[in-house]
Design a protein around this ligand. Structure first.
Ligand SMILES: [Zn+2]
Length: 329
């Protein structure tokens, strides 16, 4: 079922203009703006715009700067006076803007033009991917919205089968993080690990998600919406049995991690296959192309669900830690 997607992000940016070896912030007063605009006339300088993203779900912060060389045209002293009279140059880095009155005095820009206006979208996209998220997952658009009427017309298209409709708890939640998540009571899934005779984690049970589902074709863990009157662990156990034939009598629950967004949360339940038992994974419904034991070292090489890609390293560390604690017992 649907995962949590990227957590809430906070983005900040600020600019400085480098000219003649000096760093120009906002001029604040008319005299400073006039003096700078005279010096910049017919010449060029570098605008640097620093960006910082904080991922609230993990606390990670990442930063980088966008750079553009700005070439000014020849303008008159009268142009400068009239420009200052608009008030526009006083509270902007370097005493000019591209998107306002000042744009008429800028002949050309080399480099990243976005940073001259404000936030640089291509730079943000690169930063977000370093945080393990996909830029397009941040777009506030519904992924693969099922449309039963369309499905009747195109039975072979990648849409959910008609009987896959509603049970209590199914439904989208508009979340505080600006995205929509699946499960009116939240969602939960099982990260089930298999261990070798020495008690070390060797494999995890993963779900290759059906094309019609959110982020179709990626790998995640079996799970889904929590039903009425269910705890997250009960929901995870029920969903993983329904989806993946993870039989509760063959596993032990060893921990959980709750990613809480306020109106919605995703609970990842950590579990081990019991010694001497065997969970026979099977794709029990049409939400999976495949359910498989994936060697633990191979997981990062799979095309992962965004939420799983974000959390995998932490989850893997936790599984190995839980296995070690079990061995020491
Ligand atoms: Zn959210």
């Amino acid at each position: 079922m649907n995962g949590s997607g990227p957590g809430p992000l906070i983005v900040g940016c600020d600019s400085m203009f480098l000219f003649d070896g000096e760093c120009y912030g906002k001029p604040h007063d008319e005299a400073t703006a006039r003096e700078r605009l005279r010096r910049m006339r017919g010449r060029s300088g570098e605008l640097w715009t620093g960006h910082c993203i904080i991922d609230f779900a993990t606390g990670r912060a990442i930063q980088d700067a966008s750079r553009a060389i700005v070439y000014f045209g020849e303008y008159t002293d009268e142009d400068i006076d009239r420009y200052i009279a608009t008030g526009e140059p006083l509270e902007v880095a370097g005493s000019f803007t591209l998107e306002g009155f000042g744009g008429a005095f800028i002949d050309r820009i080399d480099g990243d033009p976005h940073g001259v206006i404000g936030i640089s979208l291509p730079l943000l996209r690169r930063l977000v991917s370093k945080l393990g998220m996909r830029w397009t997952d941040l777009w506030n658009v519904e992924p693969h919205a099922p449309n039963p009427e369309e499905q009747d017309k195109h039975p072979d298209s990648v849409l959910p089968p008609l009987e896959n409709v509603h049970q209590p708890g199914d439904g989208w939640v508009s979340c505080a993080c600006g995205r929509r998540h699946w499960g009116t009571h939240g969602a939960a899934g099982i990260l089930l690990a298999r261990r070798n005779a020495d008690g070390e984690v060797t494999h995890v049970a993963m779900q290759h998600r059906a094309q019609w589902s959110a982020e179709g074709g990626t790998w995640g863990i079996p799970g889904g919406a929590i039903a009425d009157n269910e705890t997250p662990i009960e929901g995870a156990l029920r969903e993983s049995f329904e989806e993946a034939n993870i039989t509760p009598q063959d596993i032990e629950v060893v921990g959980s991690y709750r990613e809480d967004h306020g109106p919605w949360a995703y609970t990842t339940v950590f579990a081990f296959e019991k010694p001497g038992h065997e969970v026979r994974l099977r794709a029990n419904d049409d939400e999976s192309m495949e359910i498989a034991w994936v060697p633990v070292g191979e997981v990062p090489n799979r095309k992962l669900l965004t939420a799983m890609r974000t959390d995998w390293q932490r989850f893997a560390d936790r599984l190995h830690g839980l296995a070690a604690a079990n061995r020491a017992r």
